[in-house]
Design a protein. Structure first.
Length: 263
């Protein structure tokens, strides 16, 4: 289990060693995805009580089974539905107390040439990547602001920083929007003690990447300075940093976990 020795003079003031996120209620969207599954596991290992959200389907069923003997609760949820998300947040705060962090990992990656993207394609990708993050932030931030503490982590992408290498202008636009959302929300709520940050992963070894052979993985990985793809666990560990007590003076930041691929 991930542990940390807290400095008694730190912002958290725990003064004892213990699990990094001991007892924290953390909401995670996109929990059944390629990266989300690993974040789910790491959140449990770090001692938190995660609320895991994703669309119904086989991957969510598999996650539910994998989390059976943990402190996690798993819910089939449409995180673009404002009423559904607010109802779940209200239920969680009644039953578990304050939501101390939310990690918005939900998203949709779709390769499509710019001249083939129709209104339905655009809306689906923007809703899954950008609207979902905004809807979930709107649901949890009032409680965080009222209590004067909390951490929000939204998932961006290197595609949102310099454009998508594969044809996916709608995805890149949505992820760029996430970055703008993070910086704007940080300006608005950080004075209340709530932190808002983003993680921007580089090419990561998941099914969504579409690199299904060693040769293709090597070619995509060669775009990074480390010459390899990122592992989902490496992204999950960055989440722990931004959610936990080691980043209490970090807000409005886009944490690049990309192997140096933007240099």
């Amino acid at each position: 289990m991930t542990e940390i020795s807290h400095d008694p003079g730190s912002a958290n003031g725990a003064g004892v060693a213990g699990p990094l996120l001991a007892g924290m209620t953390v909401v995670l969207t996109g929990a059944a995805g390629g990266i989300g599954r690993h974040i789910s596991r790491v959140l449990c290992e770090a001692g938190s009580n995660p609320i895991l959200l994703d669309r119904p389907g086989e991957t969510l069923t598999a996650l539910t089974e994998a989390m059976r003997d943990t402190t996690a609760e798993v819910y089939a949820t449409d995180v673009t539905d404002r009423d559904e998300v607010r109802a779940l947040v209200e239920q969680t705060e009644r039953e578990r107390g304050a939501i101390e962090a939310i990690v918005n990992c939900a998203g949709l990656w779709e390769v499509r040439n710019w001249d083939e993207i129709d209104d339905a394609d655009w809306q689906a990708v923007v809703d899954a990547n950008l609207k979902s993050a905004f809807v979930c932030c709107q649901a949890v931030l009032p409680g965080m602001v009222r209590r004067g503490r909390g951490s929000v982590v939204n998932f961006a992408s290197t595609a949102g920083e310099y454009g998508s290498i594969s044809p996916a202008a709608h995805y890149a636009a949505a992820k760029a929007g996430v970055i703008g959302l993070v910086k704007s929300l940080a300006r608005e709520v950080s004075p209340s003690g709530v932190r808002v940050n983003a993680i921007s992963p580089g090419p990561t070894d998941t099914v969504a990447l579409g690199a299904n052979s060693a040769e293709l993985k090597a070619r995509v990985g060669s775009r990074t300075l480390l010459g390899r793809l990122g592992e989902p666990e490496e992204i999950a560990h960055a989440v722990l940093y931004l959610v936990g007590p080691m980043s209490t003076f970090v807000t409005g930041h886009v944490l690049r976990v990309n192997g140096g691929s933007l240099l």
